[in-house]
Design a protein around this ligand. Structure first.
Ligand SMILES: NC(=O)C1=CN([C@@H]2O[C@H](COP(=O)(O)OP(=O)(O)OC[C@H]3O[C@@H](n4cnc5c(N)ncnc54)[C@H](OP(=O)(O)O)[C@@H]3O)[C@@H](O)[C@H]2O)[C@@H](O)CC1
Ligand SMILES: Cc1cc2nc3c(=O)[nH]c(=O)nc-3n(C[C@H](O)[C@H](O)[C@H](O)COP(=O)(O)O)c2cc1C
Ligand SMILES: Cc1ncc(COP(=O)(O)O)c(C=O)c1O
Ligand SMILES: [K+]
Length: 557
């Protein structure tokens, strides 16, 4: 079960998700992963609390200070009154629990001090995590294959340090970083970061070395010039660098491909709270806020706002009443803010693959299938055995759904399902089907078409009992494709059966559950190529001297 976070990522000024959110959501994987999180298993009274399910507890809910060291306890012992006073200053402390917190400059600095004081962090640690968050945010949106060359422009403070760390991680992620670090800080932390980058042979460029036109030499400009301690107007040499970044965005309109700008924590030159006061500041494509967004981030309207710095301990979240979205899985970053506008018509990939020739394929398509399947598994594809199954009943109207391939035996493709489902009914009326595999990262597709029959009951029994206990009960509970009045009905039946079978060795397989076997009459192997000139090798069986042999033809893409 999943909980939609949509309600959570709103600002105090109630910036709710746009109506087109769902449409955009479907076409934007990083957002998709960021917006869903598993919710706890259902409780018997779950439905009564459904309103609250969508309201996240503060990160620190339940925090009491118990179990922490005296230093932390004293840090946390701030009175309720003081906390309320702090909360009053905080933009984050909205009565709307579905808001994300924004910090003032002072709060950002205070949190920094507290992390590195009573909470026991060192600046090196926080900088490492901050830089890693920035690098992973970049890698989520701008793939190294298309955005290889990164110029990190690093300022004199910790924001610059974050940039140095991010550049190192980006190097290891397969990017080609360059550094411009004109005002170096002579502290061991920074000299160490420089040495680390030098050991990777990452080039350091002076301001004078920078090419006149940044837009032709780099794919990503990493703005690590100023963070939350910026004040006043930018002084040399950063004033000129920032002007160049602004100018570069303006020349955008001349149709030149320009690099993307990624700002760490604050778009440099922007007022930390007021944002781009003059309207003449840089316009980053991506902002990676650290710890919590600063007030200026409310004015960020670029497509990608990420939050990084997954190190906020409960005492800080509690004290500052921070309301932050949860990070998905083990990720170092989470996409926040509104979904980027996506032009669906412009979405396309150019497939680049080795050529796929008649001479190299196996004469037997089943052997060829095994070869590609093993390569898909070796490439780390998740559920390489997931396939679209298309069927049509006697009305001739096709329908498709995913099922899992469970074996290829005697030249047939096998899957399991409910014989009384929609597909089961259709197959009983019309025993023909097609299967489709798409192995995206390999640019490969396999089509299989043929006649279908049920596998033997013994075979189905054997497979049924190899499945996890829960799936066996699930198969009994689910009258697949029939209408259910609500989820609770399924859970109720599941619990009853769980109880019933608690001391039973073998859960009986329902009569109507079992396998199908498709005997191919056509198998086609497709490999994507540039300019849509794909390879398509199609196998069809032929009778030669009473023998079934496969004939291979190449089809136009
Ligand atoms: N938990 C956290 O909070 C974490 C925070 N982290 C990171 O730390 C960042 C804050 O770092 P920070 O405090 O070192 O400040 P930052 O803005 O990088 O630089 C200040 C330098 O800029 C200078 N300067 C200022 N104004 C200027 C001007 N107009 N023109 C020219 N120079 C100017 C100023 O010089 P000064 O004015 O003092 O002479 C000083 O040398 C934060 O945004 C985040 O990225 C993470 O690493 C870890 C977790
Ligand atoms: C990746 C994936 C694998 C699935 N595998 C199976 C499967 O092996 N058997 C099955 O009955 N349903 C499977 N399903 C669910 C089906 O897609 C479908 O919802 C269900 O079988 C009902 O289809 P029908 O109403 O057309 O019969 C899978 C769904 C997905 C997304
Ligand atoms: C309804 C249903 N049945 C069967 C399966 C196949 O599962 P298993 O691998 O446990 O056989 C799936 C997989 O998603 C499914 O959703
Ligand atoms: K910055």
């Amino acid at each position: 079960m999943w909980t939609i976070l949509r309600d959570r990522i709103t600002t105090r000024t109630t910036t709710t998700m746009p109506c087109s959110f769902l449409a955009q959501f479907h076409s934007f994987p990083p957002l998709r992963s960021a917006l869903f999180e598993p919710s706890p298993p259902p409780s018997p009274h779950h439905h009564r609390h459904h309103r609250h399910r969508h309201l996240p507890p503060p990160l620190s809910s339940g925090f009491s200070g118990g179990g922490w060291s005296p230093a932390i306890r004293s840090f946390c012992s701030t009175s309720g009154c003081e906390r309320r006073a702090m909360a009053g200053r905080l933009e984050s402390c909205s009565s709307d629990p579905s808001s994300v917190s924004y910090l003032t400059q002072r709060e950002a600095a205070e949190i920094d001090e507290e992390l590195m004081g009573p909470l026991g962090f060192s600046v090196d640690q926080l900088m490492e995590l901050a830089g890693l968050s920035v690098a992973t945010s970049i890698a989520e949106v701008y793939k190294a294959s298309a955005y290889k060359r990164v110029l990190a422009i690093c300022g004199p403070g910790n924001n610059g340090g974050d940039g140095l760390v991010a550049a190192r991680h980006l190097f290891h992620f397969g990017y080609k970083p360059y550094i411009c670090y004109p005002k170096r800080t002579p502290k061991p932390l920074y000299t160490g970061l420089v040495t680390q980058l030098e050991s990777l042979r990452v080039p350091f460029l002076s301001v004078e070395d920078l090419p006149p036109d940044l837009s032709t030499e780099y794919d990503i400009l990493l703005d690590a010039v100023f963070g939350f301690s910026f004040h006043g107007a930018a002084r040399p040499p950063f004033d000129d660098i920032l002007r160049r970044l602004v100018g570069m965005r303006k020349s955008d309109q001349t149709n030149k491909k320009s690099p993307v700008i990624v700002s760490i924590d604050i778009p440099s030159g922007w007022h930390v709270e007021e944002g781009d006061i003059s309207g003449e500041g840089i316009k980053p494509d991506m902002l990676v806020s650290l710890t919590a967004p600063k007030l200026c981030a409310k004015q960020f309207h670029g497509p990608h706002h990420f939050l990084g710095g997954r190190f906020v301990p409960p005492p800080i979240a509690e004290k500052y009443n921070l309301r932050l979205p949860p990070y998905p899985g083990a990720s170092m970053c989470v996409h926040i803010g509104k979904a980027p506008q996506v032009d669906i018509s412009a979405m396309r990939e150019n497939y680049i693959s080795p050529e796929f020739h008649e001479e190299e394929v196996d004469a037997d398509p089943i052997k060829q299938f095994h070869k590609w399947f093993e390569e898909a598994v070796a490439a780390g594809l998740r559920e390489a055995n997931a396939m679209a199954l298309s069927t049509a009943g006697k009305d001739g109207k096709p329908s498709s759904r995913m099922v899992l391939l469970k074996g290829v035996d005697e030249d047939c493709f096998v899957w399991y399902t409910n014989y009384e489902s929609q597909k089961g009914r259709q197959l009983s009326e019309n025993p023909w089907a097609s299967l489709l595999f798409y192995w995206e990262s390999l640019n490969r597709q396999v089509r299989v078409e043929g006649s279908v029959e049920k596998v033997s009951n013994e075979e189905s029994e054997k497979y049924f009992h190899s499945r996890p206990h829960g799936s066996q009960i699930g198969a009994i509970v689910s009258k697949q494709s029939s209408i259910v009045p609500g989820r609770q009905v399924l859970h109720q039946q599941y619990r009853e059966l769980e109880e019933k079978f608690s001391n039973v060795n073998l859960i009986p397989k329902p009569e109507h559950w079992g396998g199908y076997r498709l005997k191919p009459e056509l198998i086609e192997f497709w490999q994507g190529q540039q300019s849509r000139l794909h390879d398509r090798l199609q196998y069809r069986p032929q009778e030669i001297d009473g023998r079934r042999v496969w004939k291979i033809v190449r089809l136009a893409p």
